[in-house]
Design a protein around this ligand. Structure first.
Ligand code: SF4
Length: 295
């Protein structure tokens, strides 16, 4: 099983184990893992089963960053920091909603931790309720597409900018569709002393309504349409962007997923698709995503 493996109960095609395995392998298991409540905790640490082969602590939804800060401070006080990296694995709800206060505090104190947000864009373990990182137009159990509303109305919270605004040394976004990108960013992140944040787009096959065999394709389409830009900041400065050759229209990403299916039949569906396309275009403009002929 190496560092994470047999014994986990994730749905086939789930992005979470892919992301976790990649992070732990890059760090060669030299990790003290802190895992907030959420799907990852449910599928990896059930009574009698344990998928973790590194020191592991389960926290509440709201305090993973505070627990990690405590672990890091304790290791520092005991002069045992060289025994491993303190890494948080938390879902989008635990990160952008319930735990954002303790996360902000840990960033503010610049604790030497790596915080990984596994972004599957809703509270999946409790039945697919919307989180702050749910994109507009998604039908969730708390933002169901109905006669009037075409799913969630509003924006996906920009956690990358929020993290950057704290002035921490390293912030990045990545995706399970690009394993080498995750590897490179984790390797680089741990070289910085202080707080690091990486947000990894991780498909949820049940919540998104996709076949498990399509997870990687769908994750890649999120990037190829510009809806999920892969970027990197060091000390607040944008240092790398994954460029896109021939950016695809957002429909190509949306039409593969049940959570957006209503957009193709709903009275206001076209309007919402246009909103999503506008977000993708804004990302392209903000980060310079489009690979121009001369590049
Ligand atoms: S419900 Fe979603 S996030 Fe949870 S294990 Fe299944 S695919 Fe993964």
């Amino acid at each position: 099983m190496k560092f994470f493996g047999s014994g986990h109960g994730a749905c086939p095609g789930c992005g979470l184990p892919i992301a976790v395995k990649t992070v732990l392998n890059v760090l060669e298991g030299k990790v003290f893992a802190v895992n907030s409540t959420g799907c990852l905790e449910i599928i990896s640490s059930q009574y009698g089963k344990n998928a973790w082969n590194v020191p592991y602590i389960h926290s509440l939804f709201e305090n993973a960053a505070a627990v990690a800060a405590g672990v890091e401070a304790a290791l520092r006080a005991m002069k045992r920091k060289d025994e491993g990296y303190v890494v948080v694995f938390a879902g989008d709800g635990a990160t952008a909603d319930i735990g954002i206060g303790t996360l902000s505090g840990a960033f503010d104190r610049n604790h030497d931790i790596l915080y990984i947000c596994l972004d599957n864009e809703a509270y999946q373990n409790t039945g697919h309720q919307q989180s702050g990182l749910t994109p507009p137009g998604e039908s969730t159990t708390t933002t169901p597409a109905g006669r009037v509303l075409p799913g969630k109305v509003g924006r996906k919270k920009d956690m990358i900018s929020i993290a950057v605004a704290h002035g921490i040394p390293y912030v990045a976004s990545s995706s399970v569709g690009y394993i080498s990108d995750i590897r490179r960013k984790v390797k680089k992140a741990v070289k910085f002393e202080g707080a690091k944040y990486i947000q990894i787009h991780s498909p949820c096959v049940t919540g998104w309504g996709i076949d498990g065999s399509l997870s990687i394709k769908v994750a890649r389409l999120a990037v190829e349409t510009g809806l999920y830009p892969l970027v990197e900041y060091e000390y607040g400065k944008l240092t790398s962007v994954k460029k896109i050759k021939d950016r695809k229209p957002v429909e190509e990403y949306l039409k593969l997923q049940r959570r957006f299916r209503h957009l193709f039949t709903h009275e206001r569906g076209r309007e919402m698709i246009e909103v999503l396309q506008k977000f993708a275009d804004e990302n392209a403009e903000k980060y310079g995503l489009d690979l121009r002929k001369e590049e």
